[in-house]
Design a protein around this ligand. Structure first.
Ligand code: PLP
Length: 371
């Protein structure tokens, strides 16, 4: 294959593994046979598996990661006049979950690893602060020891936005198992991906578990009596059936993704800033993010080479039009610098070694010309 033919997509969501595809089709067929299309037996099985996987007592399947985050706020009674401290660099769903219950997201700066800086949290605490929403950005788990210490000292809840971190662990403890509630997204792009939208909450608290079961079903109990106002956020049985099949392959997906990270780290060492895994963590990266001050030029160079890259994300949460009036971007110098330097490379389990080598040699070529 000549260079001109090279086309490396950032992501390829097709189901290309024939064995997996056939297992999924069988699983879908079973749902068609039993007909329990929402919260069916596959949802229950998936909940049990995910709770077990994360080392938690309970899991509640919902319609998306956004729904999971929204319901986490609701079931901790976070509402108007409350504040929730979170990171300045995340997908808008993080902040929107806080705002969706009438609370105010209070953003803090990040560290060079792109996760929220715990040292900035104490200064952001006010009498109205109710919780810290820790986002494990790119799949790397936040400094949970510091964050939990700050939360304990101040009587705050810790909620995890683990949407990008399924399977990651820190000191042997899995993402989603640090906070009072852990929230996952299994949308089609995530490492553990369904074929559309779906999400999951995990917890050890029976009362939260029961309340979440009601909250995801219009605030009803016994499927009839409405005890609080909530929208429909149930999980589709078809998505759960597909996810049960995906879970069988998850170890292999994780192994491949970690292998890809290893290739990139080795090849790009000393050329751009690469993600670093700390000694006691095992990261399952959702995105492989490099940093360089020549980001825009490099991105264009790679595009001409047929390599698709992304920027996650070019706009900080406090800069978003809906949030810019409540927060001042000058408070986020590290994050401001990062958004001009970050570049996500293609790094899913589908990418091949020659493709990774092509990306690496293209990046080297760019810098060999002085960038
Ligand atoms: C994907 C994602 C969400 C939202 O999940 P959806 O299932 O797409 O609603 C929230 N937070 C983060 C960090 C995400 O990556």
């Amino acid at each position: 294959m000549t260079e001109a033919d090279m086309k490396i997509p950032f992501m390829d969501l097709r189901v290309t593994d024939t064995k997996e595809k056939n297992r999924m089709l069988n699983a879908i067929n079973e749902v068609f046979e039993h007909g329990r299309m929402v919260l069916g037996p596959e949802v229950k099985r998936l909940e049990e598996k995910i709770a077990m996987d994360c080392g938690r007592q309970f899991a509640v399947g919902v319609s998306s990661g956004s729904t999971a985050l929204h319901l986490a706020m609701k079931c901790l009674d976070i509402g108007p006049r409350d504040e929730v401290i979170t990171t300045s660099l995340s997908w808008v769903a993080t902040a929107n979950a806080v705002a969706s219950v009438g609370a105010k997201p209070v953003f803090v700066d990040i560290k060079n690893d792109l996760n929220m800086n715990p040292e900035k949290i104490r200064g952001a605490i006010s009498p109205r602060t109710k919780a810290i929403l820790a986002v494990h950005w790119t799949g790397k788990i936040c400094d949970m020891t510091s964050i939990k210490q700050i939360a304990d000292d101040n009587g705050l809840f810790v909620i995890e936005d683990a949407a990008q971190a399924y399977g990651s662990s820190l000191c042997g403890q899995k993402a989603g198992s640090f906070g009072v509630l852990g929230c996952f997204s299994m949308n089609a792009m995530k490492v553990l991906a369904s074929c559309s939208d779906s999400g999951m909450l995990v917890t050890d608290q029976n009362d939260l578990y029961n309340r979440l079961n009601s909250l995801r079903y219009a605030g009803t109990i016994n499927r009839e009596e409405c005890v609080e106002i909530s929208l429909n956020g149930r999980m589709d049985t078809l998505e759960a059936a597909i996810l049960l099949v995906r879970l069988e392959k998850l170890d292999e997906i994780i192994r491949k993704r970690r292998e890809v990270v290893g290739w990139y780290n080795e090849g790009l060492q000393g050329i751009v800033d690469t993600p670093k895994e700390s000694e006691n963590s095992r990261d399952v990266l959702y995105t492989y993010v490099i940093q360089t001050k020549k980001r825009s030029e490099l991105r264009e160079f790679l595009r001409l080479k047929g390599i698709e890259t992304k920027i996650h994300h070019p706009i900080l949460l406090p800069q978003q039009p809906v949030y810019e009036d409540v927060n001042n971007a000058e408070h986020y110098p590290v994050a401001m610098r990062a958004i001009n330097r970050i570049l996500s490379l293609p790094s899913t389990e589908k990418i091949t070694k020659p493709e990774v080598e092509y990306v690496i040699s293209s990046i080297k070529e760019f810098f060999s010309h002085g960038g």
